[in-house]
Ligand binder design. Sequence first.
Ligand SMILES: NC(=O)c1ccc[n+]([C@@H]2O[C@H](COP(=O)([O-])OP(=O)(O)OC[C@H]3O[C@@H](n4cnc5c(N)ncnc54)[C@H](O)[C@@H]3O)[C@@H](O)[C@H]2O)c1
Length: 389
Amino acid sequence: MDAVRLGIVGVGGIGSAHFNCVGGGRIAEMKLGAVCDIDPKRLEYCRSVIGDIPCFGDYREMFKSGLIDAALISVPHPLHAKIAIEALGAGLNVLTEKPEDITVSAAERLNDAAKKSGLVFGIMFNQRTNPLFARARELVRAGEIGEIKRSVWIITNWYRTQHYYDTGGWRATWSGEGGGVLLNQAPHNLDLWQWICGMPSEITAFCDEGKWHNIEVEDDATIFARYPNGGTGVFITSTGDCPGTNCLEITGTRGTVIVEKGRLTLKRLAEDERELCFKSSESMPSARPEIEIFEPKEQETAHAGILQNFANAILHGEELLAPGYEGINQLMLTNAAYLSQWTKKPVSLPIDSGLYDRLLREKQEESESKHGGDKQTHKTYSERWQVRF
Ligand SMILES: NC(=O)c1ccc[n+]([C@@H]2O[C@H](COP(=O)([O-])OP(=O)(O)OC[C@H]3O[C@@H](n4cnc5c(N)ncnc54)[C@H](O)[C@@H]3O)[C@@H](O)[C@H]2O)c1
């Protein structure tokens, strides 16, 4: 294979942006093999850009066409695992959009299928390409701030209006989407939170449904996390704050990392606070941390960076920045938060996925299906999908 031939399943909002990126030759050693959408208007759009692009109305036909080596799944999230499993079964490498699906159990099925296939399986967690979060991870992993005591992320700049929800056909219902801000917008941040700080062992959450909008699912959430080492974390997100905030602060025994306003600040202590606390003869010593500021010169490579990494993994065995298998961690956090809200209790991780699936089905049975039209206006990568501070 000298270039990966990509087939895109779902050329709506983000799918059309991927279509224009790959079709426009922005990814080395990757080209468009075919596209698929159940909406003929989307296929018409694709033909208006690339006259001879092979188009399919059924992804199964595209999978067995022999025209593609890899499938990019950019359909509504409840379809991700099902379609990805069929793509792997057809011998295709898979890159799925985030979230991996809507439940931990679906992610488990997909991870099993991917493992058995031995094919390349990635997930579009494009914010992992942001140099600030990569640096935060490096510092934490290298023990530069010691043992983590606490992390706090206020990520409330995912503002959406009622118009957004009214015009997004499958969005914001339990039956259509399967969740709200914790499943649609904040998965990027939940993934980064666990990528940098690791997975908690227990979660308690308040997920307020329809707090700021006329929608069924949550548009405001606060998660309290407890980690295996006794550390704690708080994660706050909303689509109702304007302009909102994006600030991550991680406190360790040897220092603090703060990511905000497009820069990372490292406050490094001369000695571990746990030693200082018990050795010092002063009651309130003034710790004078060494301050390092990191302002990256390079931008995140975002979606194109994940696509390039996926092509390189298939052709040259490059390590994936966002392996598909890791999508389950974000779903574990999202599902645990919902379970805590629904049961009004703290939830231990890993969650009881049988219980989760049953309670979700109950919500879906009561869910009102929506008939708003799909907007699908995005045909190139939008800034709103990149990290904003
Ligand atoms: N990584 C990111 O930054 C990012 C940004 C936006 C959306 N997304 C994710 O991408 C996915 C799609 O979101 P969107 O905003 O593009 O939605 P969308 O509704 O705009 O597009 C979805 C497309 O899938 C098509 N479709 C539905 N069922 C299909 C099927 N069975 N076979 C083929 N096509 C089918 C629809 O006709 C539509 O054109 C979601 O899971 C979302 O979370 C990720």
